[in-house]
Write a protein of this length. Structure first.
Length: 401
């Protein structure tokens, strides 16, 4: 390394420390529509919580330092992704777009060998061709990085993948950098899902909405790939949802490994093995049970979950002692049942089973159609949440004793 290049590197390091590490940044936490308030509560519970929040449909905006971003990725169970806002400006034509994007000091946010992807959404703007906008943004970012040693404008690189989110609304461009990488519902525990997998973020939000805590006994009798059971077990043992995975921010120029190690070690609460499982998970499918059983030894959650193969309609309610009981159900519906009229019939049978064998328990059931709520013969609260591009209803109530 020549003295000149060493001086340049040190100058860049000082700029990163001053403008990225040392200053508060604007962030936007994406969540499933319907879970915004729960996500805000999680952000407020961080060790270094943001002072202010702004809720909008599908997300929570906040301001904080990079460590707040790290903690949000590590600790928030209902967050789908965390974006760092980079720039907002007008962009009414392509020349203006390229000029404004090229003026952003991308060298502070991206390594010169990064493989860059651009994700574009456009609403009511003069520039309406998303692919063309994406190409111009990539060209401008690469041109800026070329001033700091990037050799070409190609995206096929061996470096870490970084995704720029570009939102054009009414000719106003918002540029953000994805800090998460893989969606945050990927906890790093499961490698496969079931035929209609329930997202971990939705399962966590539903459990939180139903009042689940470490003193609750959970019954997950249609466990499938085990999403309810695993999320509940992580809550009981206070396992950070992002503690077993990596994130895109780990390849940012501003990332400092000692800072991250400190936050992760602080969040890892040592937990003694439980004397008895708090969660009973079961499914009538031997394949589903075997897949979940294979995950438990390495997850650190085997002492929390009692797993067995059994049909829900043959199941007895597990003993709760002095604790509360919560039964969480994500029944099959639609094509999984073969015919539309089968869904109401199945829901009716489930409700009859609950009234007979789970008296006094709290019920959490995900329903695919709003009219099915009318079948429930006891008072419930129902909240709409978007899942897989369609609404579902988190239906929560107490089965009469």
């Amino acid at each position: 390394m020549t003295p000149a290049s060493d001086t340049t590197r040190k100058a860049l390091s000082r700029r990163i420390k001053q403008h990225v590490i040392g200053r508060p940044q604007d962030f936007y936490t994406i969540t499933l529509p319907g879970l915004e308030s729960l996500c805000r509560g999680e952000l407020a519970a961080l060790d270094d919580p943001p002072a202010e929040f702004h809720l909008s449909k599908g997300g929570v905006a906040f301001q904080g330092r990079l460590t707040s971003c790290y903690q949000a990725n590590l600790m928030c169970r209902t967050a789908s992704r965390v974006l760092m806002r980079i720039q907002q400006c007008k962009a009414r034509h392509f020349d203006e777009l390229e000029e404004r994007v090229r003026a952003v000091p991308w060298e502070l946010y991206l390594k010169i060998n990064a493989s860059i992807k651009v994700r574009v959404s456009i609403r009511r703007s003069k520039l309406y061709h998303s692919q063309a906008v994406s190409e111009r943004i990539l060209k401008a970012v690469s041109a800026r990085l070329a001033l700091h040693g990037r050799k070409d404008a190609g995206t096929e690189r061996e470096g870490p993948v970084q995704c720029i989110w570009a939102r054009l609304q009414e000719d106003r461009l918002t540029l953000s950098l994805d800090s998460s990488g893989d969606p945050l519902h990927k906890r790093g525990i499961k490698t496969t899902g079931g035929p209609a997998p329930l997202r971990e973020t939705l399962a966590a939000g539903a459990l939180m909405q139903a009042g689940f805590d470490s003193e609750t006994v959970l019954c997950d009798p249609m466990c499938g790939s085990g999403t309810f059971a695993l999320e509940a077990a992580m809550m009981v043992k206070q396992v950070p949802p992002g503690g077993q995975r990596s994130f895109a921010f780990m390849d940012w120029p501003a990332f400092r490994t000692p800072h991250w190690d400190y936050l992760r070690n602080r969040a890892a609460v040592p937990a003694s093995p439980l004397p008895a499982p708090r969660i009973q998970a079961s499914d009538r499918s031997r394949t589903a049970v075997d897949r979940l059983a294979a995950l438990l030894p390495t997850s650190g959650l085997a002492d929390v979950i009692d797993l067995q193969q059994q049909d829900f309609f043959d199941l007895s309610a597990p003993p709760t002692g002095h604790r509360r009981g919560l039964i969480a159900l994500n029944p099959p519906y639609g094509r999984r049942l073969g015919q539309p009229e089968a869904t109401p019939r199945l829901i009716g049978e489930i409700l009859h089973k609950l009234q007979r064998d789970f008296r006094g328990w709290r019920m959490l059931m995900i329903l695919p159609e709003q009219h099915l709520i009318r079948q429930v013969p006891f008072p419930v609260d129902a909240q709409t949440v978007m899942h897989g591009g369609r609404p579902v209803w988190l239906t929560i109530g107490d089965v009469p004793a």
